[in-house]
Ligand binder design. Structure first.
Ligand SMILES: N[C@@H](CCC(=O)N[C@@H](CS)C(=O)NCC(=O)O)C(=O)O
Length: 224
């Protein structure tokens, strides 16, 4: 059976978790505590970059959430979550990459930086730009690039749904607000909804990991 290394508070793992559940794929969950399990020798042989999610299926080990989602879509095509028409496919890919490259780093900034810092204010402005762009892409469709749920909705949904908990209201972005409500009505999203306690735990973990990565960067630069 497909093995899935994850933690429910990890947004990257949540993308894959929701894809597995939405597609009804049977899997063996392997819970990883991100306070050290990911650095254990036995996990480093699974993912040398010490990240979740990881999927092992039919003898193939797959890392990187977006690559895993593509694998799941190709191997388990029903229900289809990747449109084939060029324009729709472009919308899906844009939303996935904008979430990973533009939105998510700013969510981390909202958690890590103090509310009166220039970095925090810049993060809020950048998130506004992303939400306006998403409004344009969504247009009058129910989901990104489709009238049915796509991989883009899963990737953007796991990030955008965190925003109200971080003080960014979606009410100024009506179409995005309605889309987020639509997602939350889906049984799988209800079932995996993050609790306030888990969200606090996620924020604590982010602060620790950002500190750790910054320290690693400083020591790398010193050794150059
Ligand atoms: N680009 C990777 C990022 C994975 C990632 O950063 N995972 C975090 C949890 S959300 C993690 O495992 N962090 C543990 C660590 O960095 O040691 C993906 O999309 O899968």
């Amino acid at each position: 059976m497909l093995q899935f290394y994850y933690n429910p508070i990890s947004p990257n793992a949540r993308r894959v978790w929701l894809t597995l559940l939405e597609k009804g794929i049977a899997f063996e969950p392997i819970l990883m505590n991100l306070d050290g399990d990911q650095l254990q020798e036995n996990f480093l042989t699974v993912n040398p970059f010490h990240h979740i999610p990881v999927v092992v299926d039919d003898g193939l080990r797959i890392v990187e959430s977006l690559a895993i989602m593509d694998y799941l879509e190709a191997k388990y095509p029903q229900p289809t979550m990747l449109p084939s028409k060029p324009q729709a496919l472009a919308k899906v890919r844009m939303v996935q990459h904008i979430t990973a490259n533009e939105l998510f780093p700013k969510i981390i900034a909202l958690i890590y930086e103090s509310a009166d810092s220039p970095q925090f204010i810049k993060a809020i402005q950048h998130i506004d730009k992303v939400l306006q762009f998403f409004t344009e892409i969504l247009d009058n469709s129910l989901y990104f690039g489709s009238e049915e749920l796509t991989l883009a909705d899963i990737v953007a949904g796991t990030a955008v749904l965190y925003l109200p908990n971080l003080g960014v209201s979606l009410s100024a972005y009506l179409k995005i607000y309605e889309w987020s409500e639509r997602l939350m009505q889906r049984p799988v999203w209800q079932k995996t909804k993050i609790s306030p306690e888990d969200f606090e735990q996620f924020k604590r973990r982010v602060r620790v990991l950002v500190k750790m990565h910054r320290r690693e960067l400083v020591s790398k630069n010193k050794s150059r």
